[in-house]
Design a protein around this ligand. Structure first.
Ligand SMILES: Cc1cc2nc3c(=O)[nH]c(=O)nc-3n(C[C@H](O)[C@H](O)[C@H](O)COP(=O)(O)O)c2cc1C
Length: 386
């Protein structure tokens, strides 16, 4: 499954084309729209998200609610296009690049007239299209019992406390509780106490014209062992997932399992010892590896943490240089989010699903859901009887 996106932040539409999506998958448009709505939500987002009502329009590749195997073309309307078209046409050239954004380098690279051209495509509005593509991936993975979701783990200096022991793999009951709490939270934060502190931190940051970042956690469960491979560098599942998550604007680090703490733990504590029971097969009692060993899924949850830098557009402004006059100026101020960490947890879950859907297709076939399911069941039988 391959895809490309197109569209500008204030253009009429965002669009994506997905190719090599298997035929025979029931396409639940409401599920995709739900993911889009989750991406839009979150305390700390700017007024833009109260204008948009993201809904996917499926133009091709789906007939009577079922995928046909033909390329899927999808659109998401930018309602703000109506309001901004004239304003953008008549605005003066923008020449004061925001540190931390694509502005200066994009201007130098594409030889534009105004930073506006850079802003329009480098904006994270593009990720709405990716979340829609992730929705298709999620529907495919659902056929194989895989589910992926994300939550906010940290905003600024405030972290959640899930009362977990180091390396613990969440059991399904705990996981369910955490995700239910995250779904109810205005910050996708499963810890109510931390959520309240995060809200006041965001208010304080907004009050002084500042912005915040944080970290998100993504968990995929129901994964079979053996997705991805060590035989070639580009087939390693962790490297593919890391690249997909890293490609989300503002993500600065991606970790699996113990992630950045891995180097602090000795080998005899870090590695997830192997046990066997007839009813469970091979299993582990902890998950420092984050569900991936040797570039392959090992059957445990795939657990990822991503670090998100603070939003570059700040009301307080940052020192910059006017590209033409070379005078010191204050960076561009546009209507902007103060904190987009909760949205990143939704986008990253979509990115992970896209890579997992690819890995399932690579292992079990890519043309149609019938063959994929037969191959999958055959593999499961093999694993059950080993
Ligand atoms: C969902 C989401 C919303 C964002 N909203 C804004 C915003 O309103 N203003 C802004 O300056 N940056 C925003 N960003 C961050 C920028 O897109 C990001 O910092 C920029 O693209 C450069 O990031 P990079 O260096 O990781 O590519 C947002 C990011 C995401 C994921």
């Amino acid at each position: 499954m391959r895809f490309l996106t197109a569209g500008e932040s204030h253009g009429k539409y965002l669009t994506a084309i997905i190719s090599e999506y298997p035929s025979g998958v029931q396409i639940d448009k409401d599920y995709i729209d739900e993911q889009l709505a989750k991406r839009q939500a979150g305390f700390g987002r700017g007024t833009r998200m109260s204008i948009e009502r993201d809904k996917v329009k499926i133009i091709s590749g789906v007939s009577s609610g079922v995928s046909t195997g033909a390329p899927i073309c999808l659109f998401i309307e930018n309602l703000d296009w109506q309001n901004s078209q004239k304003r953008i046409e008549n605005e003066k050239d923008i020449l004061n690049p925001r540190p931390g954004h694509a502005d200066l380098t994009g201007y130098l690279k594409y030889r534009g007239k105004s930073i506006r051209d850079v802003i329009e495509r480098s904006s994270a509005r593009e990720t709405a299209a990716r979340v829609a593509v992730g929705g298709f991936a999620g529907l495919l993975l659902g056929q194989f019992g895989v589910s992926t979701a994300g939550f906010t783990e940290q905003i600024g200096t405030i972290s959640i406390d899930l009362k977990s022991s180091p390396g613990e793999e969440m059991n399904p009951a705990k996981q369910k509780k955490i995700f239910e709490a995250a779904e109810k939270s205005i910050l996708r934060c499963p810890d109510k106490k931390a959520e309240q502190k995060m809200v006041s931190l965001i208010k304080q940051a907004a009050g002084r014209g500042d912005t915040l970042g944080g970290t998100v956690k993504i968990i995929s469960s129901g994964i079979v062992p053996g997705l991805g491979s060590y035989i070639q560098w580009d087939q390693r599942l962790d490297s593919r997932i890391a690249a997909a998550v890293m490609s989300i604007p503002s993500v600065k680090a991606v970790g699996f399992g113990a992630g950045f703490s891995s180097g602090k733990i000795s080998g005899t504590s870090f590695h997830d010892e192997i046990f066997y029971e007839k009813s469970r097969g091979f299993y582990r009692k902890q998950n420092n590896a984050g569900g991936i060993e040797g570039g392959m899924s090992n059957g445990q949850n795939i657990e990822i943490t991503a670090a998100v830098k603070p939003i570059p557009t700040t009301n307080a402004g940052l020192k910059t240089v006017n590209i033409k006059s070379k005078e010191t100026e204050i960076s561009l101020k546009e209507r902007s989010d103060v904190c987009a960490v909760p949205a990143v947890s939704v986008i990253a879950a979509a990115a992970v699903n896209i890579e997992l859907a690819n890995a399932y297709q690579y292992k079990f076939g890519a043309d149609n859901i019938v063959e994929m399911t037969d191959n999958f069941n055959n593999y499961k039988r093999y694993l059950d009887n080993i």
